[in-house]
Write a protein that binds this ligand. Structure first.
Ligand code: AMP
Ligand code: MG
Length: 294
C-alpha cells in the first residue's frame, strides 16, 4: 500500500516545485497557479484525493506504529499553516487531515496570547503544543505570528521582533535534530480572492460566525503583511525547515498540494511496521487455548 509515488505531472516532486526560492519577492508568486497538478481541471481532484486517502492513512499509521518499536528513532511531523484570514488553514485541516486517523493528530490553533502566555518568551506556548513521537502535529498559526501580526501592529519594539527570526531558526533546527520533520506552508491568496471569501461569509448566515470585523482591519494592512511575510520566507527558509509556498486561490489545488507534500515527506521518512516482540505462532496458540473448548 505505502509504495504509491507522488502524483505530480512531470515526476518532479512537489517539494522542489513549491519550495520558496532564495530572495523571493511576493510579487513573483502567483496565488492562482497550479504547479505540478497532474489533472487538467478541478474535476480531476476528487479521483486524485480518493487515491491519496488510503495511502496517506497507511503512512500515518506506520509513523504511529514505528514509535512503538523501542529501538527506532522517535519521529514526528509538524505541519505549520500560515496565511491571512480565509486563506484556508481550517479547510486544510478538514479536507487533508480529515483523510487520516484523528487519533494520530495533534491540532492546535494559536490565538491572541493570554496574559499567562505573554508572561513567558514567545516560544513557550509553542513548545507546549509540539507533537509527541509518532504524531502529526498541525499548527493553525504558529511562532510566526510573533513576527507577523506582532510586527505589523507594533505590539513589541522592532529590536524585539527582529531577533526572533534567528530564535525561530534555532528552535526549528533543534526540533528537527530531535526527530521532528517540519512542513511549513504559506497559503498564498490574492486580495481579490480574499474579498470574495469574506463577502461570501457575509452572505451566508451559517458563515457569520467565521467573520470578524478584525479581518477587515487586517485586510486594510495587506501590503504591510506582505512585507512581513516576505521577510519570513527569506529569513526562515532553512534547509532543515524550508518554507513551501502554496498557491491558494483555488481551494482544490491548495488541498491537493498540502496532501501531496505530506505524502512526499512521509515517503521520505519511510516509517516501517514494527516487528513482533513475541513468537507469533505461540501467541496464536495461546489465543486459541485461552478459553475452555466450547
Ligand atoms: P483566528 O485564527 O481567525 O481565530 O484568529 C486568531 C487571531 O489571533 C488572529 O487575529 C491572530 O493574528 C491573533 N494572534 C495569533 N497569535 C498572536 C500573537 N502571537 N500575538 C498577537 N496576536 C496573535
Ligand atoms: Mg479569523
Amino acid at each position: 500500500m505505502a509504495n504509491k509515488k507522488s502524483q505530480t505531472t512531470d515526476g518532479n516532486d512537489l517539494r522542489s516545485l513549491l519550495r520558496a526560492k532564495a530572495n523571493v519577492a511576493m510579487t513573483d508568486l502567483d496565488p492562482g497557479a497550479t504547479p505540478g497538478f497532474p489533472g487538467t481541471s478541478k474535476a480531476d481532484v476528487a479521483d486524485l484525493t480518493a487515491e491519496l486517502a488510503p495511502v496517506l492513512s497507511d503512512w500515518q499509521e506506520r509513523l504511529y506504529a514505528e514509535n512503538k518499536e523501542p529501538d527506532t528513532p522517535q519521529r514526528s511531523i509538524l505541519v505549520v499553516l500560515q496565511g491571512l484570514d480565509t486563506s484556508g488553514k481550517g479547510g486544510i485541516i478538514r479536507h487533508v487531515f480529515g483523510l487520516v486517523d484523528p487519533q494520530g493528530l495533534k491540532i492546535h490553533a494559536f490565538k491572541q496570547p493570554t496574559p499567562e502566555e505573554l508572561s513567558h518568551d514567545f516560544l513557550w506556548r509553542i513548545r507546549q503544543q509540539l507533537p509527541s513521537p509518532g504524531m502529526i502535529g498541525i499548527f493553525d498559526r504558529s511562532q510566526y505570528e510573533d513576527v507577523l501580526v506582532v510586527r505589523v501592529n507594533e505590539l513589541v519594539e522592532p529590536a524585539v521582533w527582529q531577533q526572533r527570526y534567528d530564535l525561530i531558526n534555532d528552535f526549528e533546527a533543534s526540533l528537527t535534530a530531535s526527530g521532528t520533520t517540519i512542513i511549513k506552508c504559506f497559503l498564498n491568496m490574492s486580495p481579490d480572492e480574499q474579498k470574495r471569501r469574506l463577502l461570501e461569509r457575509l452572505e451566508n448566515p451559517t458563515k457569520y460566525w467565521k467573520f470578524s470585523h478584525g479581518d477587515v482591519e487586517v485586510r486594510g494592512r495587506w501590503d504591510d503583511y506582505m512585507v512581513a511575510y516576505q521577510d519570513v520566507l527569506n529569513r526562515c527558509n532553512t534547509d532543515v525547515a524550508p518554507w513551501y509556498v502554496i498557491p491558494s486561490d483555488r481551494k482544490w489545488y491548495r488541498n491537493w498540494a498540502v496532501a501531496t507534500l505530506l505524502l512526499e515527506h512521509l515517503e521520505g521518512m519511510n516509517p516501517q511496521w514494527p516487528q513482533a516482540e513475541f513468537v507469533v505462532e505461540d501467541e496464536i496458540a495461546a489465543v486459541k487455548n485461552s478459553l475452555p473448548q466450547r
